[in-house]
Design a protein around this ligand. Structure first.
Ligand code: G3I
Length: 360
């Protein structure tokens, strides 16, 4: 049996015994290179063009992470150039990078209102929507069965302005299928890979604002309904795109995670970074504020018990969506991530390691 076959067998056994953490331990024992040992899975999202163009990024991921997530390569935008085709080259390349470095991979994302290719506008009936959704999930989950241990199945399904706990975000999928596409997506994914951890991923539920509290309420309602209805949902993904300076609702967030654990759901932080658009210009001061906000959110979400995994949405400030989505008015470079523009550690990384452990 080749090295990758051995990894699949060992990782699968590890996963069955102890969730994504055990899969990470198994993968790092048998990868071409050993991933750093940590108490908890820690990883970063990476875009293939960045990985290919800058060897420092690959080195930094291999040195710091035991988990990796493709930023875009598993979205419909990248996987589905036409209605007939699946284009796996980008995702496969990241999967190869993961194997070579003993990293486990998370999948992001099977069902999202955004990043849909233009041809999806031609979907014009309930039957067509269900057929396309099913074919996509079946094909993609089957291809990475055994390597992708954890999937964001449904992403960002709660609207930004929530009027009642029952509010769900309108999308192509809800237009044709109503809310039933949500449990359906979990069922299809579980049929194809019964061992995969299936996650419901959401953002902006971390803050002490009315909007954030309302989103949290609707997310709780959805998770409870899915579990009550018997959907194979295993965990909640808290994206944690923190807005620098906006207070974290520590008690509310802790209560939310405790509620989720009470109904049998694990909790992952899936896209952590800090939007530093409104923070002070001084870099040391900014880095300190960012680290302290990260500590606050991680303290809140781990109070009821350990996270299942922690992922930052990138690793180095040089490669972050925040550079173009939320540039600073003073034109200074953003600093949203654990490593700086030259891949040097920042206080953010020390906080991460306080929660996921350091290699020793
Ligand atoms: O790869 C192409 C490149 O070949 C091309 O030259 C370039 C020109 O625009 O585009 C590149 O693709 C871009 C891709 O990011 C690169 O990874 C897309 O245009 C751009 O739309 C895409 O944006 C991503 C966005 O999701 C939409 O998919 C961001 O990088 C990514 O950070 C962001 O991630 C989201 C999560 O999926 C969900 N949660 C929020 C998070 C931040 O918005």
């Amino acid at each position: 049996m080749g090295a990758s076959g051995r990894m699949d067998t060992l990782s699968r056994r590890g996963f069955l015994q102890g969730g994504i953490a055990a899969a990470v331990a198994s993968a790092s024992q048998v990868g071409a290179k050993a991933a750093p040992a940590r108490r908890l899975p820690y990883g970063a999202a990476v875009a293939l063009p960045d990985l290919r163009s800058d060897p420092r990024l690959a080195e930094a991921i291999a040195a710091n992470c035991n988990l990796v997530v493709p930023v875009s390569e598993l979205k419909w935008s990248d996987l589905r150039p036409t209605r007939q085709q699946f284009a796996f080259e980008g995702a496969d390349a990241i999967a190869e990078f993961a194997k070579a470095n003993g990293l486990v991979m998370r999948g992001h994302t099977l069902v999202w209102y955004a990043a849909l290719p233009d041809w999806t506008k031609d979907i014009d009936s309930e039957a067509a929507a269900e057929g396309e959704l099913r074919r996509h999930i079946e094909t993609v989950v089957a291809r990475y069965r055994g390597q992708i241990r954890s999937w964001d199945v449904v992403n960002e399904v709660i609207p930004d302005v929530v009027r009642s706990d029952r509010d769900r975000r309108p999308s192509l999928w809800s237009r044709w299928l109503g809310d039933r596409y949500i449990p359906l997506a979990y069922r299809i994914a579980a049929e194809v890979d019964p061992q995969a951890q299936l996650v419901l991923n959401e953002y902006d539920v971390e803050f002490a604002t009315d909007e954030s509290r309302a989103k949290r309420g609707a997310l709780r309602d959805l998770a409870v309904r899915l579990k009550d209805g018997g959907a194979p949902l295993h965990a909640i993904g808290l994206q944690c795109h923190l807005r620098g300076g906006l207070p974290i609702d520590r008690d509310g967030l802790t209560r939310f995670v405790a509620d989720m654990r009470d109904i049998g759901l694990k909790c992952l932080v899936t896209e952590l970074d800090v939007i530093d658009q409104k923070l002070p210009a001084d870099e040391d001061q900014r880095d300190r504020l960012i680290a302290s906000q990260v500590r606050e959110v991680l303290t809140a979400v781990t109070a009821p018990g350990p996270l299942d995994a922690l992922v930052t949405w990138g690793l180095s400030d040089r490669y972050s969506w925040i550079q173009y989505a939320a540039p600073r008015p003073d034109h200074r470079p953003n600093r949203p991530l654990p490593l700086d523009w030259e891949f040097r550690r920042k206080p953010f990384m020390n906080v991460v390691e306080d929660f996921v452990g350091r290699e020793h």
